[in-house]
Design a protein around this ligand. Structure first.
Ligand code: ASP
Length: 328
């Protein structure tokens, strides 16, 4: 489980394309934000399946592309990977055997779009972007989201792979299925991605099939702006993975960004947000919640409740697995 929960970084530290951009005139914050030196472009994503996703995002960033295009392109790789059992195609279904998807995007300008409880669409992140760009709304869910996707030319297909169906049938036949109202906490993992492009624009995307065996209709943190993803183009962005209900209760990613606004670096902001989650409910010490953050300087940080947590760092110098710098 821990290896799936890796946080990845792919970036060109001090890359040639780095641009010095003074943050737009903003209300002064206390304590003041760090100087606007930027290590950009940079992309980070949650866990080791993000390696391929980061590589796809990096292609867009290295070509001078927009961070939003990069994160969309990146997480689409994971959405289309049938081997990933917690995102898109091949995602493990809900307790009734339906694969239901949650996704959102957010830009440096504060624009955002989301879909939730969406079925039969390979790339929910793209539909989320369409909601942002083609409607006056932020979120569309369920049948309405599928209808919206179809109207905009998105093809439909079943996302339940034979392997996922087999896993579901085994679960149905198991003792665990007796507690049908419970989420199996071990079988979930979201991809969240944050990118800072060469022009200093920071965008994020988050996409998941949610917790395996969840109740039909359950929506977690991942498509909720402020919970599973939040971006402030003058401060930084954050995304979350793990037990969505805990993240929602703390408005987790908004909290991480606000902590960065107060002057904490991404790592410390993530740590404080995790502590807040636990302060709200000490039982959450036993569950999985992790935050990943990237600030507008290109500094990344992460923190996870689980002990024994490792993450991979992937940058222009190569990839390596490292221990999380701090844990609860
Ligand atoms: N946060 C997701 C959810 O609760 C699942 C995960 O990231 O593990 O739906």
């Amino acid at each position: 489980m821990n290896s799936r929960r890796s946080f990845l970084r792919l970036g060109a530290v001090g890359g040639a394309a780095a641009a010095l951009v003074t943050p737009a005139a903003a209300a002064p914050v206390e304590p003041s934000l760090p100087p606007p030196r930027r290590d950009a472009p940079v992309v980070v994503s949650t866990w080791n399946h993000g390696l391929a996703a980061n590589a796809a995002a990096w292609e867009a960033l290295a070509a001078g592309g927009y961070a939003l295009d990069a994160v969309e392109r990146g997480v689409r790789v994971t959405e289309a990977d049938p081997e990933v059992t917690s995102v898109g195609l091949g995602g493990w279904p809900d307790r009734d055997g339906h694969v239901t998807l949650d996704a959102c995007v957010m830009t440096e300008a504060g624009d955002c779009g989301a879909v939730a409880f969406l079925q039969n669409v390979l790339h929910p992140v793209t539909v989320a972007r369409m909601v942002m760009e083609r409607t006056p709304h932020v979120m569309i869910v369920g049948e309405g989201a599928q209808q919206f996707a179809i109207e905009h030319g998105v093809p439909t297909q079943s996302l339940l792979t034979p392997a996922a169906e087999r896993a579901w049938r085994e679960w149905v036949a198991s003792d665990a299925a007796d507690t049908r109202a419970e989420i199996n906490v071990e079988n979930h993992d979201t991809i969240g991605m944050l990118a800072l492009d060469a022009d200093g624009r920071l965008c994020g995307a988050c996409t998941t099939s949610g917790a395996a065996w969840k109740r039909h209709g359950r929506v977690g943190d991942s498509p909720l702006i402020g919970a599973g993803l939040y971006v402030d183009g003058e401060v930084g962005g954050a995304t979350a993975t793990g037990w969505g209900e805990a993240v929602v209760r703390a408005c987790g990613c908004h909290l991480v960004v606000e902590l960065m606004r107060q002057g904490h670096d991404p790592q410390e902001a993530c740590r404080r947000a995790v502590e807040r989650v636990i302060a709200k409910n000490p039982d959450y010490r036993e569950i999985q919640v992790g935050f990943l953050a990237l600030d507008v300087r290109g500094r990344a940080g992460s923190y996870c409740i689980q002990p024994g947590f490792d993450y991979a760092l992937h940058d222009a110098d190569g990839a390596r697995l490292i221990d999380a710098p701090s844990r609860l």
